[in-house]
Design a protein around this ligand. Structure first.
Ligand code: 9MR
Length: 555
């Protein structure tokens, strides 16, 4: 009988409950499985017996669950099943690994920067010259618009070299959400923005500066009439070449203006006003004005479709924008409520309008288990939950009820997951569910929510059916061949670190590329191969919730 141990590969934090799974591919009738925990000197520090749990519906595995919460002393340990002659690798019980992962996650956004040089001093072996300056772009031929546009900067979205407002918006907003909570705790805005943060985490720039790099790109994407361009796209999909080679091989264009991009922009930049108010008030005001202009444009143009020309870049097409209106309205409401005189910002009447529309939005768009680029209402609920207004408690309770449903789903799942389908970017979903749990913890102060968030994070770092720690560079098992053009073309063996790959995806949209998925079962739909864009691509909207949760959990 072959037994496998599924556990969190980098480790566990001392205060958390510590669980692992023993999996058999065939039926096993043992009532339990004996295990030992050994320290780095092979001394037994704990022994126990697992309990039997059900057969896993999405892998077919027969599963047993072991607990070793009592092991709290920091150190390196290993799980041993003597009866089956199986051992785990060594892992840590420490707080440090979370911090290490946080650092790597934040830095991964720096590595996704476009248009600037990443010098060796800051980027080490992943240094690269500036490319894709994007400062004199033509409009896509389908736009029939003359002239050039400066859309310099911003992060590459994912494994491709596209830059998109829709996905960029939710990513930057998620990171700002993490920063806001940190600011609220410490009463010091500098906590995520200052030199101390930069030094503690050995980062090229602070988290707020990194986020600002994307926000400055956003500001450049606003047209003179307040509308916002949809994306920067190469004419055709790039090959697996470096940014410089891509630049030399084809032109990049500005494409589209859409209601969705205007709303993503408005929501994100209103939040930026909040986050940067005490850091750089001039920048914060610029963001608020830009947000208002984009929102007014969206109100006047509520049904401008996304560009359907998707050759060369992703679609990010969304046909229901009610949630995005809600997001933008709630964030603007939060900011404008505190502006001394609404007339100062030239939008008299707007606050009343926002208030009455928010009432309808709240009834229409309940919180989801987690944010997605397509469903953004949780950002609206977050804004209301942090506004001094009559809806604050309702919003906080809405998160509590949602978190309770997540807990219920987790309790029913052998891997403690609350997702019920592994979609494209399932790791992003999982991290976003963890973030919702953390919000419930933030406002209700009940540890069960925090612990549950940690359990979901452990799935991403290895306690999963495919035994992969899904963040590059995080463990012996982490992806080596992500669908990431930079990692493939930079001549460095190790992929760029700190990037979370999409993960298990039962829809397997890439089977025509013949990836070797790890098994037939839907929970085995992962391949660490570059061709598997549906399971092994990286993306900023999956990294952002993971970064935010790590930031909050390790605080
Ligand atoms: O994350 C996106 C996923 O929800 C969609 O199903 C998929 C297909 O449209 O696209 C994903 O986003 C990709 C984007 O279109 C282009 N850059 C890479 C993104 C991650 O795979």
């Amino acid at each position: 009988m072959n037994a496998k141990i599924h556990y969190c590969h980098p480790g566990y934090v001392p205060s958390a409950s510590k669980t692992f799974l023993v999996a058999f591919s065939e039926d096993v009738y043992l009532p339990s499985v004996k295990f030992k925990i050994l320290d780095s000197d092979s001394r037994e520090v704990y022994k126990g017996e697992t309990e039997k749990i059900s057969r896993c519906a999405y892998t077919g595995e027969c599963l047993y669950k072991g607990f070793f919460t009592a092991v709290t002393a920091p150190g390196r340990y290993q799980i041993v099943l003597e009866d089956f002659d199986v051992k785990s690798h060594f892992f840590e019980v420490s707080d440090e690994w979370l911090v290490r992962e946080l650092k790597a996650n934040i830095k991964s956004f720096y590595y996704q920067r476009s248009g600037v040089e990443l010098p060796e001093r800051l980027a080490g072996i992943w240094a690269r010259p500036a490319a894709h300056l994007d400062d004199k772009l033509e409009f896509h031929p389908t736009m029939e618009r003359a002239g050039l546009w400066n859309a310099h900067g911003g992060w590459y979205d994912a494994g491709d070299y596209g830059k998109y407002i829709v996905n960029g918006g939710v990513s930057v907003a998620t990171l700002m959400l993490g920063c806001e909570l940190m600011q609220a705790h410490s009463q010091k805005s500098s906590i995520v923005g200052g030199a101390a943060f930069k030094e503690t985490y050995e980062l090229p720039v602070s988290l707020l500066d990194e986020i600002r790099f994307e926000l400055e790109f956003f500001l450049r994407m606003q047209d003179e009439d307040g509308g916002v361009f949809f994306k920067v796209t190469p004419y055709r999909w790039d090959g697996f070449v470096t940014p410089l080679e891509s630049d030399a091989s084809q032109k990049r264009y500005i494409l589209g203006k859409s209601t969705s991009s205007a709303l993503n922009f408005a929501g994100a930049l209103a939040q930026a006003h909040h986050v940067y108010a005490n850091v750089d008030s001039e920048f914060a005001e610029k963001c608020l004005f830009a947000s208002i202009r984009a929102f007014l444009w969206a109100e006047k143009n509520p049904e401008v479709d996304w560009p359907h020309n998707t050759e060369g870049s992703g679609g990010y097409g969304d046909s229901d924008l009610g949630d995005d209106f809600f997001w933008a309205r709630a964030m603007l409401y939060r900011e404008l409520k505190n502006v001394e005189s609404i007339a100062d910002v030239g939008v008299a009447g707007m606050l009343e309008r926002l208030k009455s529309q928010l009432l309808v939005d709240m009834d229409t768009y309940l919180p989801t288990y987690g944010l997605q680029w397509r469903s953004t209402q949780n950002l609206a609920w977050f804004a209301l939950a942090t506004t001094d207004c009559k809806w604050k408690d309702r919003a906080r309770m809405a998160f509590k009820y949602t978190a309770d449903e997540i807990l219920h789903l987790q309790n029913e799942d052998p891997y403690e997951l609350s997702i019920r389908k592994f979609i494209w970017g399932s790791n992003g979903d999982i991290a976003n569910h963890a973030l919702t749990l953390y919000l419930a913890y933030e406002w209700l102060d009940e540890l069960k929510y925090r612990n549950a968030a940690m359990e979901q994070i452990e799935f991403i770092y290895g306690k999963n059916p495919v035994d992969v720690s899904f963040v590059t560079g995080s463990a012996w098992s982490s992806p080596k061949f992500p669908h990431h053009r930079i990692s493939h073309s930079d001549g460095v063996d190790e992929p760029v670190p700190g990037l979370v790959v999409g993960g298990i995806n039962e829809d397997r949209q890439d089977t025509h590329r013949n990836p070797h998925y790890l098994g037939e079962a839907r929970g085995m739909s992962y391949a660490d191969e570059q061709c598997s864009f549906a399971s092994n691509e990286v993306a900023i909207n999956w990294s952002a919730p993971l970064t935010a949760v790590l930031l909050l959990l390790s605080a």
